[in-house]
Write a protein that binds this ligand. Structure first.
Ligand code: NAP
Length: 347
């Protein structure tokens, strides 16, 4: 066990686009203070770079989680190992997942929003956070529970080549939907059609999304799974089929923009078309995670899901890796491992 606790602190509230200057590196001695009743101390092994962490860096506002206080370690989903426990539910050595913070050692009260959950044996830290973690679970419940798709319907997915979006696309294909993905750049679009096996992809950086949606979905969009918001959401609203469902998963186009996007406009389309638009949080379905993990495992084992992991190694990489999300430079689920060998260990 290291005697150092490395940390990345939020130095300043980001003004629009994130900058490395918004973060500050600090080292302090590893904590050894006695734990209060209910607390556990976790040594973090892998961190997930989740776009919504950008929202947690803003002043208190809409977020479900509290805003990160200035001068504190950045809040992030992570998996790690319990190194001390004053909680009968957790023993030293347990492997856990939690909403943690960018530091080697995080002490959490296991009674609040950030209560850890134990990882099952036989699954690596990276897979627990990636392949079977937050994003695929979000894809699963957002599409199947909120989107209520029926075989033969047309599904359109924004942020389609990303971690959440590519899983939505492939679950849609598995469930017999016609799937159109929207992503940035020809390479990502080719990966979606060639590797993920969806029907068509739109390169929003070089094509007119609204016109292409009209061409590709002549009978309208039955389910729109939106990771992006802004102009892409608007283009989809204008192309929805009657009785369509818009699944609001994320709004990444505005997280780093420093202001709220306009719209969406044309809400009469929703009224005349009896269209439902609904936001959701993956955590709403926590009690049903085991069923989703079982389905995802079966699909992976049957070779029905292609998965890309974008693993950066080294605690020092955290802020720079996180920032790649907002340039579309990540290729799949963006993770930062403190140590790769341990991150891939299954016990
Ligand atoms: N509701 C929930 O419970 C929940 C849970 C997890 C994630 N989410 C949301 O799901 C979305 C995807 O998250 P993820 O972790 O899977 O990330 P991801 O899709 O793997 O990576 C983010 C992608 O967003 C795209 N992007 C970035 N800036 C953009 C912009 N201005 N306009 C359009 N696209 C942009 C980029 O792809 P391109 O190269 O294609 O631009 C980038 O690769 C996020 O909105 C996130 O907040 C919601």
């Amino acid at each position: 066990m290291s005697d150092l606790n490395r940390q990345w602190l939020l130095r300043a509230r980001p003004q629009g686009q994130l900058s490395l200057d918004d973060f500050e590196y600090r080292e302090e001695p590893a904590p050894d203070a006695p734990l209060a009743a209910g607390e556990v101390r976790i040594r973090n092994v892998v961190f997930l770079c989740a776009p919504t962490m950008r929202n947690w860096m803003d002043p208190p506002g809409n977020s479900f989680y509290p805003s990160v206080p200035l001068g504190s370690p950045v809040m992030a989903p992570a998996v790690g190992r319990v190194v001390a426990s004053n909680n009968p539910e957790f023993a030293v050595g347990d492997r856990v997942s939690s909403i943690s913070t960018w530091q080697d050692y995080a002490t959490v009260a296991a009674t609040n929003l950030r209560k850890p959950t134990k990882l099952p044996d036989g699954i690596s830290f990276v897979d627990a956070l990636g392949r079977f973690g937050l994003n695929p679970l979000t894809a699963y419940f957002g599409l199947l529970e909120v989107g209520q798709p029926q075989a033969g319907e047309t599904l359109v997915v924004s942020g389609a080549a990303g971690s959440t979006g590519s899983t939505v696309c492939q679950i849609g294909r598995i469930k017999g939907l016609r799937v159109v993905g929207i992503a940035g750049g020809a390479d990502k679009c080719a990966w979606l059609t060639d590797a993920c096996g969806i029907d068509a992809a739109i390169d929003y950086k070089h094509e007119n999304v609204e016109a292409r949606l009209a061409e590709l979905c002549p009978n309208g969009i039955d389910v729109f799974f939106d990771n992006v918001g802004g102009d892409i959401l608007q283009a989809a609203v204008n192309n929805m089929a009657p009785k369509g469902r818009i699944v609001l998963c994320g709004q990444i186009s505005s997280y780093d923009a420093g202001e709220q996007p306009e719209g969406p406009r044309n809400m009469m389309r929703l009224i005349y078309g009896s269209i439902r638009m609904e936001g959701f949080l993956c955590g709403n379905y926590a009690a049903e995670f085991p069923r989703a993990v079982a389905d995802l495992k079966a699909w992976h084992e049957a070779g029905k899901i292609v998965y890309r992991e974008d693993l950066h190694v080294g605690f020092d990489q955290l802020p720079a890796a996180f920032m790649t999300l907002f340039r579309g430079a990540n290729q799949g689920t963006l993770l930062v491992a403190v140590d790769e060998a341990e991150a891939r260990a299954t016990r």
